[in-house]
Design a protein around this ligand. Structure first.
Ligand code: CUO
Length: 690
């Protein structure tokens, strides 16, 4: 039977061959001659049969009507790393996706059989990506949970030293000795001699990196089936989600006595930020290459990756993009022009398959990742793989990610600051008849308008990614930022009739790096979105209460680190139709910036906007069974749930006011809050062993 369970098992231990049983319960795929792959042609069936004796369940595979050729994809060795930023790898993924999405929806057995064939014959990372995208985009497999990448490829998320210990733990505990979690120290990639290391808790957070990987899985930039790419406002969301990452990162820098990140603008300049990832690739058995301080971008010529680009190519594309921004006009492929908008600009800069003219505008953003990832071996002379910058699940670990995305964000901001984007008029900001009378933040500790952060240790199970070792959970315990949950209480007076409003909550540091109050044109770029939700307003007085755990920006801790083996047998599986969308979202534990032990002053901004100008015509979303993080991730198969420009009301400069105090209208409110770090480490109460 091609059950959701069988599909979920294909994520199990991607480095192990298909002839062996899969999953905790030892389920065996019954392979046919078609599924043996090169290594097991001679004795595969016999070996597969032998494992049948110990298997709890057998999964039969249909004979494939069409055996895929995978002419391009087969060229990627099993032990190579895979990156979507490389043109050659993109073409491979497109080829595989064409096959997996081309199998008719009513032929699930054919699909399963072809997926097994694909897993056997292709590079595990390439398979994992294409398989995840296919499961997510086929209607008949939407209930199959996508395995959490930190479980499939744990080596992309934590110190490689863990894995030797993990194998030892697995082997010893197979003899009945209780498993002790393996502690990952908080500081393992550098020391405080490197000032950038102060940001490691943010850059190397597992939930943050999972979010970023998941976002790009939902919003691929390339596919032959354009409908996969062409989601509602995906170019604008590319800009907004990354822009919010930069805002959050800059705020955290101030909390760590660092200046805002310096955008990478002069591409001939050495890059002082070094990064030594301490990650190993378990599939390739090679360490990820580090980057020394003061290296310089080099022209890339790596035929094996389909990369042949010069720094001058990048400069030419940049000039063309900058020209489009300054003229407000896009040149299409056929020579016609059209007015530039933010969504087009996002697709053009990234670039995605929706770019209006990739010849002219290139792929600035993607290639910036590649240039940085290959600085150590730009011509493949040393047969080296890419650094962390070229993998969406590791790129946010590198300090340079923020310098590169600082540059990318600045292009978007230049457009927002240009004459082609009109500042908001008062009528676009106000909400006549709606007045906020007070806002306060209450947290468990009793101190009003104070947010409390602290450190927490949580466990992730590595066993599903620990190829060739004993079964049973093996936990790695990592330390991350967290905060005490809190709620917003907003009193509103509505002098008009009953109606709806959108509550928009943002926060920004109150002072800049010199401890001076901001001018609004700078502070607007520091505002991080905390929540956005629609409320009914009665006529007269209303009190709105909202819990921090309900935020539209975040997903709960368990959703970031969910245990999928438990989920796939869940009788609620039918309701998990949107599940795969639901791994996308900023991790709840990173909602509140770190603050400082002395208490960091922040501006909390609350606005109730006019719902008539916010609403989109979405069908009721009651089928969602998870907490959605629609602010950064949108909604599955529906329109982005807010008609305003993303980032409204701070997405563009104000024409008339210079500071945030003067920006405030009756439907808005500004409150002083303090973020105080308690420098203590607590155990996550959900850890299996405390
Ligand atoms: Cu998300 Cu540059 O796009 O990493």
């Amino acid at each position: 039977m091609a059950s959701a369970q069988s599909f979920a098992l294909l994520f199990d231990r991607l480095g192990e061959p298909m002839i062996t049983p899969k999953g905790e319960q030892n389920a065996l795929f019954r392979l046919t001659e078609q599924h043996l792959g090169d290594n097991y042609q001679a004795n595969g069936i016999e070996l597969n049969n032998r494992f049948g004796d110990s298997a709890s369940e057998e999964i039969l595979l249909a004979n494939m009507k069409n055996v895929p050729e995978f002419r391009k994809a087969k060229k990627l060795p099993h032990d190579a790393d895979f990156s979507l930023f490389l043109p050659a790898h993109q073409e491979m993924a497109d080829e595989v996706l064409d096959v997996l999405l081309g199998i008719p929806e009513n032929e699930l057995q054919q699909f399963l059989s072809t997926c097994v064939f694909t897993r056997v014959n292709l590079n595990p990372q390439l398979f994992n990506y294409c398989y995840s995208v296919a499961l997510m985009h086929r209607r008949d497999t939407r209930n199959v949970p996508i395995q959490n990448l930190a479980e499939t490829f744990p080596s992309k998320f934590m110190d490689s030293q863990v894995f030797g210990q993990a194998r030892e733990t697995a082997a010893i505990s197979a003899q009945g000795v209780p498993r002790i979690p393996i502690i990952i120290p908080r500081d393992y990639t550098a020391t405080d001699l490197d000032i950038e290391h102060r940001m490691a808790y943010f850059r190397e957070d597992i939930g943050v990196n999972l979010h970023h990987w998941h976002w790009h899985l939902i919003y691929p930039f390339s596919a032959n089936q354009l409908s996969i790419v062409a989601k509602d406002r995906r170019g604008e969301l590319f800009y907004y989600m990354h822009s919010q990452i930069i805002a959050r990162y800059n705020g955290e820098r101030l909390n760590n006595s660092l200046a805002r990140v310096k955008k990478f603008s002069n591409w001939n300049e050495p890059i002082p930020e070094a990064y030594f990832p301490k990650l190993d690739s378990l599939t390739t058995s090679r360490g990820w290459p580090p980057r020394q301080a003061n290296m310089v971008w080099q022209d890339l010529n790596r035929p094996v990756d389909g990369l042949n680009i010069t720094v001058n190519d990048m400069k030419r594309w940049r000039r063309n993009v900058e020209e489009a921004i300054s003229t407000g006009l896009v040149r299409n492929r056929d020579g016609t022009t059209k007015p530039l908008d933010i969504d087009t600009l996002g697709n053009m800069i990234e670039s995605s398959a929706l770019s209006p003219n990739s010849e002219l505008y290139g792929a600035l953003h993607n290639n910036g990742h590649s240039f940085t990832a290959y600085m150590h071996d730009p011509t493949h002379r040393y047969l080296e793989q890419f650094g962390v910058m070229a993998d969406e699940s590791t790129t946010m670990r590198d300090p340079f990610f923020y310098r590169w995305h600082g540059f990318i964000d600045d292009l978007f901001q230049k457009f927002k600051e240009s004459t082609h984007v009109r500042p908001y008029t008062r009528s676009e900001l106000e909400n006549p008849g709606v007045q906020i009378s007070s806002v306060r933040v209450e947290s468990g500790t009793g101190e009003m308008n104070t947010l409390n952060t602290f450190w927490m240790q949580s466990d992730v199970d590595l066993s599903r990614g620990l190829d060739f070792s004993e079964r049973g959970p093996v936990y790695a315990r990592f330390t991350h930022l967290n905060h005490r949950s809190f709620k917003y209480v907003i009193d509103v007076n509505n002098t008009g009739d009953a109606r709806r409003a959108t509550v928009r909550i943002f926060m920004a540091p109150k002072f800049d790096e010199r401890n001076l109050p901001w001018i609004l044109s700078d502070q607007r770029k520091m505002f991080i979105e905390m929540d956005r939700f629609v409320v009914p307003l009665n006529a007269g007085q209303n009190t709105i209460t909202r819990q921090s755990t309900e935020s539209s920006v975040t997903i709960p801790f368990e959703q970031s680190f969910r245990d999928l083996s438990a989920q796939s047998g869940n009788p609620r599986a039918e309701n998990l139709a949107s599940f795969n969308f639901c791994g996308c979202g900023w991790p709840q534990h990173m909602l509140v910036p770190k603050g400082t032990e002395a208490g960091a002053p922040y501006d909390l901004f609350v606005m109730l906007s006019n719902y008539d100008l916010d609403s989109v015509n979405n069908p009721d979303g009651s089928e969602m069974s998870c907490v959605e993080a629609s602010s950064f991730c949108g909604l599955k198969d529906r329109l982005y749930p807010d008609r305003r420009s993303m980032g409204y009301p701070f997405d563009r400069p104000s024409s008339s006011v210079a500071n945030i105090q003067d920006f405030i209208l009756p439907n808005m409110s500004l409150v002083d809050v303090t973020i105080r770090l308690q420098n203590v480490t607590e155990q996550n109460p959900r850890n299996p062993q405390n």
